[in-house]
Design a protein around this ligand. Sequence first.
Ligand SMILES: [Zn+2]
Length: 102
Amino acid sequence: MTAKFAKRTYKRTQFPIPCAQCGAKAPRFTEEQFIPDDEEYTGDLQVIKTENFWSGKDGEIGRLLRLWNGKDWCTLPYGNFCTTQCAIDYANNVVETRWRSR
Ligand SMILES: [Zn+2]
């Protein structure tokens, strides 16, 4: 069986962390696995997405599975925020709240 794992760009955490500004949830921490057309996935991870896949490099035909272990989540890309805009909005709200309370 040929397995191809995608690069992991997010860190892993045990709890889903919402963005402190907009509440957007961080994505599930998943991995990709290539399964040739004549094989079934036999692992114990949850298959949350299946795409048809064809590798132009070596001509393999099959499916690309997105797998989740049911408990790991990604950290948000900007600390406690989903985007830099959310971080800026949050920071400005904090500053304006301080000014109003003077
Ligand atoms: Zn956000």
